[in-house]
Design a protein around this ligand. Structure first.
Ligand code: S3P
Length: 171
């Protein structure tokens, strides 16, 4: 097993909640959420950063944070849904983390996030089709994870147990 565990997947795939559950099982690991770290160090919400400075600026902050955090050890790292689109981020994360892709259908993601307002990429055109379009574009990079876990109809606790099992088998 590598130094850290990283969770990747679309917004709404449950990365943050699953990371919390996984941290309960792997008690010697600390929990880090890259979006939260960016919000802490800038003092601004992600949606505000997108609005004020644009996506490119956010991606730069995201890459800096990923680089810094990945250098640590024994962390469960929840990455933002777009973080794995950058080759540089992928190289750093794949080198330092066992990477788990949480895979859900676009319908399930739609249902999970339809009542939320803080997703800047979905402010316009929010629909199952829009989510599906983004997912299809990202799928080939998500597939570069070490393991894929199908999350449909599973609770965060069940998913976390499945991840712990998969990592245990491989170590
Ligand atoms: C994004 C996902 C968000 C956040 C930002 C961009 C994306 O994180 O990083 O809004 O490009 O899919 P979550 O996946 O945690 O929602």
């Amino acid at each position: 097993m590598k130094n850290n565990i990283a969770l990747i997947g679309m917004m709404g795939s449950g990365k943050s909640t699953v990371a919390e559950e996984l941290a309960k099982i792997m008690a010697d690991y600390s929990l880090v959420d890259i979006d939260c770290e960016i919000e802490k160090s800038t003092g601004k919400k992600i949606s505000e950063l997108f609005l004020k400075f644009g996506e490119q600026h956010f991606r730069m902050l995201e890459s800096e944070k990923i680089k810094k955090i990945s250098a640590g050890t024994k962390q469960i790292i929840a990455l933002g849904g777009g973080a794995f689109e950058s080759e540089n981020n992928r190289n750093i994360v794949n080198k330092n983390c066992s990477v788990i892709y949480l895979k859900a259908t676009s319908e399930e993601i739609y249902n999970r996030i339809k009542s939320e307002v803080h997703r800047p990429l979905l402010h316009k055109n929010f629909s199952v089709e829009r989510i599906s379009e983004i997912m299809q574009k990202r799928e080939k990079n998500y597939q570069k994870a070490d393991f894929s876990i199908i999350t449909n109809n599973k609770s965060p606790k069940e998913i976390a147990a499945e991840i712990a099992g998969v990592l245990n088998d491989k170590s």
